[in-house]
Design a protein around this ligand. Structure first.
Ligand code: A2P
Length: 338
């Protein structure tokens, strides 16, 4: 730590969709930022970023001196994390990594503060931030699991373009514009098909078992965060033409009988959750309303029509905030409280 309990922060991936959100969240939450370093690739070196009235010059991470950094927030892709996270740790920093590089490493805590903040204490220099679609689901599952026990979780996701970074948003916008103008649509490069006006059941690459890696991340990360290594989880992850916020339809088989009103109350009292569940007034969580907000919004809470111990709900959260930047900054806040 630097003087006056100010914390020296480095943001790696500072020019990206998540990196920019990290600066906003740090500023909004009055995080005690001392020295601030912004790092990205050589392509962005020399650009400036404004943070809390300061002008910060972007450094090429490949040429940067990592000494003096207390906490490094990484969001520049897995290979950058693999290449530089340990160097930051060796230079004395704690790394909070937003990529999948270290999430399943048994020596690396995988943390959602509302669910398993105790795991932070076990870190050996790196703490992993889970996948965005996992984070919002486990925040909502936690109070339900504590009260009723989980037997099985089935989730279908409706994920926004920004989950694929700034290039995903640009590709969607250009595709929408071209289609509306009746022009030839640009050839997709971030997504496997044009995302405009479509739903793509394909996020990340396919594994041999027919699932995508995104779907398997939801399975494995949920088990690790909730400390239930055998929990039955199955996911279908779908990219939809929404700019920001992921939506998820979650089905949970519970061990104990439940009362829907009590579930609603438990969720409403739970940290990080906001219940919006008045379907008769057409009030339920929506991606565009969740954009720029912190909570995991839960609605459509109901019992299965055929299975008495099966609960369904809908959860929506801003993937760049709670799904990435906010969760990482919350971990950093817990670190400085330690
Ligand atoms: P740059 O702007 O220099 O390419 P997004 O998730 O929105 O696509 O953003 C990715 C972030 O990761 C950007 O800040 C990008 O920086 C950074 N990045 C990508 N590749 C590298 C790399 N090889 N070294 C350092 N930063 C990288």
């Amino acid at each position: 730590m630097t003087s006056d309990a100010m914390v020296s922060i480095a943001v790696v991936g500072a020019t990206g969709a998540v990196g920019r959100e990290i600066f906003e969240v740090l500023e909004e939450r009055n995080f005690p930022v001392g020295e601030l370093r912004a790092m990205a690739s050589h392509r962005s070196a020399g650009k400036t970023i404004t943070f809390d009235g300061r002008q910060v010059e972007v450094e090429d991470v490949a040429k940067a001196d990592f000494s003096g950094v207390d906490i490094a927030l990484f969001s520049a892709g897995s290979s950058v994390s693999r290449d530089y996270a340990h160097e930051f740790v060796d230079a004395g920093a704690v790394v909070v990594d937003n990529t999948s590089a270290f999430r399943m490493d048994p020596s690396v805590p995988l943390v959602v503060p509302e669910v398993n903040s105790h795991a932070i204490a076990d870190h050996q220099g790196i703490i992993a931030n889970p996948n965005c679609s996992t984070i919002q689901m486990v925040v909502a599952l936690k109070p339900i699991a504590d009260r009723y026990g989980l037997n099985r979780v089935v989730v279908s996701t409706y994920q926004s373009a920004s989950g694929a970074g700034q290039s995903g948003v640009t590709e969607l916008m250009e595709g929408v514009r071209a289609k509306v103008a009746g022009e030839q649509e640009p050839t997709p490069s971030t997504f496997a098909h044009p995302l405009a006006f479509d739903a793509l059941p394909h996020i990340d690459v396919f594994d041999a078992n027919g699932y995508t890696r995104e779907e398997l991340k939801m399975v494995r990360e949920t088990r690790k965060i909730m400390e239930t290594p055998k929990l039955e989880v199955s996911a279908t992850c779908v990219r939809i033409p929404v700019v920001r916020s992921h939506s998820e339809a979650v089905t949970v088989d519970l061990e104990k009988d439940f009362d829907v009103e009590e579930v609603r109350r438990l969720l409403a009292e739970s940290p990080g959750v906001e219940v919006m569940d008045e379907p008769e007034k057409a009030r339920y969580p929506l991606a565009r309303q969740a954009e720029g907000t912190d909570p995991c919004w839960v609605g459509r809470i109901r019992r299965d029509v055929a299975r008495h111990r099966t609960l369904h709900f809908w959860v929506v959260s801003d993937n760049l905030r709670k799904g990435a930047a906010l969760n990482a900054v919350q971990i950093a806040e817990e670190l400085i409280e330690e």
